[in-house]
Design a protein around this ligand. Structure first.
Ligand code: HEM
Length: 456
């Protein structure tokens, strides 16, 4: 829907104080989360800032986010930088495709992500949770971020390809890690090395892409040769039919499979990493969660049916994603002049909905820096304004894996809380770092000591 800009803009976007020419470029590179909070504090619901010559509009209000991501979703696109970072890897996969093609692909893939379809993956999620914890010795120190990445990558590898990628040393997992790191590199450098230069980085990426292509093509051929349809996502993608009966080409199936593999593990791993951090630094909440898990499970491994009886565990996950939303911002570029809530947006201008700032609005979340899972009791959650809490984005591009991720996070918290207790190693510097990856991972890692619990 195109809304032409008013002849005279009705409202003026406030501007933060910035040095001339460079604008907030260096502040952004040094500490972008602090910069975003400053814009929200100084400007309120909407603010203007610059990175060198490039203007940005930052949105911090639920109503503006609704206008941006829901009502005007198709008046924006992902922007050249995102395309440059992701297209060489995922081609025209859902995360980066645009316009009608995106709409069509979304319609084709979304049914497979409905809660009733993904329930069958619960057992695989619990299986890998159990598998990772049996490998930990009592008193062992682990990097919790890495461990959570191993387990979520294994889960997505299993449900997507029915493949065992339990560690990143597996060829497929390793190749995925290399190409994701490359996307992050392109996104976080103003002048990344062009992909055709003969440098070690580019050779590594080309090799990783060749591995991914070869392995996925092999899996596609195997599945096409089978008479029956398997239950993994690759099989589902191969059999998905448009209204006119058409199926996807092998190339498009490859692009979508890689998109889901890439989008489907680091985000969930980040959510779990911060959940463990918040639990270990809030012993009362940790104790309450353990009590809930022990009482409900009585030593059994959890199943999907148990989740309804583990509400506090879910509240902890939701509150962790409020304070540390893995995807801390959602950005787009305007396709033409338009208006958002009465504010003028110019063609080619970048607009960014800062989830990290939105989740810290004191009018929606009183005492916002406090970790308080009670905010997400069903009654309290109902009182939240729409779009005040949006760890999965909003509108037609809302995360397609949101139910999958919530089920996975909920099950893994319960599985691991039952078997082990984590203790945060003291004296570490813990800082969220959004500059190296598209999620906010801990900048210096996060070490935790594992204590085995006797099954209650
Ligand atoms: C806690 C875990 C997760 C978080 C916080 C998260 C967050 C997000 C967000 C904010 C978006 C919207 C991006 C935008 O509008 O630009 C998104 C999109 C997407 N996510 Fe997730 N995600 C998570 C897990 C997953 C999982 C498990 C999968 C798949 C198995 C997945 C697949 C996708 C895909 C394919 C898109 C693109 C959707 C589209 O553009 O139509 N995500 N995610």
């Amino acid at each position: 829907m195109v809304t032409p800009v008013a002849t005279k803009p009705t409202k003026i976007i406030p501007h933060i104080a910035e040095p001339p020419l460079i604008g907030s470029m260096f502040t952004f590179q040094k500490d972008r989360l602090a910069l975003f909070l400053r814009v929200a504090h100084e400007c309120g619901d909407i603010g203007h800032l610059h990175f060198g010559p490039f203007p940005f509009v930052q949105l911090n209000a639920p109503e503006l986010v609704q206008s941006f991501l829901v009502e005007h979703a198709y008046d924006f696109y992902k922007g050249e930088t995102m395309h440059k970072a992701f297209e060489p890897i995922i081609g025209h996969g859902l995360f980066i495709s645009e316009g009608n093609f995106h709409r069509q692909q979304r319609k084709l893939i979304a049914p497979s992500f409905q809660p009733r379809h993904i329930v069958s993956y619960a057992d695989a999620m619990v299986h890998y949770g159990e598998l990772i914890q049996v490998g930990w010795q009592d008193g062992e120190t682990v990097d919790i971020g890495q461990e959570m990445t191993h387990v979520t990558m294994s889960i997505v590898g299993k449900v997507l390809f029915n493949a065992d990628v339990f560690t990143e040393t597996d060829e497929l997992g390793n190749a995925m890690t290399v190409v994701l790191e490359q996307a992050n590199y392109t996104l976080s450098h103003l002048f990344p090395v062009p992909p055709n230069w003969p440098v070690a980085r580019n050779k590594r990426v080309r090799h990783a892409l060749a591995v991914l292509d070869q392995q996925i093509q092999k899996m596609i051929v195997e599945r096409r040769a089978r008479a029956d349809q398997g239950n993994d996502f690759l099989s589902i993608l191969l059999h998905a039919r448009e209204e006119n009966g058409d199926t996807m080409s092998d190339q498009q199936v490859r692009d979508e499979a890689l998109t889901l593999f890439g989008a489907g593990h680091e985000t969930t791993a980040t959510a779990l990493t911060w959940a463990w951090y918040l639990l270990t630094t809030h012993p009362d909440a940790y104790h309450k969660l353990q009590q809930e898990v022990d009482a409900v499970l009585q030593g059994r491994t959890p199943t999907y049916a148990d989740l309804a009886h583990l509400p506090y565990t879910l509240q902890v996950l939701k509150e962790s994603m409020r304070l540390y939303p893995p995807a801390y911002a959602v950005s787009r570029v305007a396709l033409h002049d338009l208006e958002l809530g009465g504010y003028p947006i110019r063609k080619d201008e970048s607009v960014i909905a800062v989830v990290y700032a939105l989740h810290r609005r004191p009018d929606c979340f009183p005492d916002p820096e406090k970790f308080d899972p009670e905010r997400f009791t069903p009654e309290n959650e109902k009182r939240l304004p729409r779009y005040a809490y949006m760890p999965f984005g909003a509108g037609p591009r809302i995360c397609i894996g949101n139910h999958f991720a919530m089920m996975e996070g909920h099950l893994l918290l319960a599985t691991l809380a039952q078997r082990v207790s984590f203790e945060l190693v003291s004296g570490q510097q813990i800082e969220p770092d959004p500059s190296k990856t598209i999620t906010i991972r801990p900048k210096y890692g996060m070490k935790m000591v594992v204590r085995r619990r006797s099954v209650q």
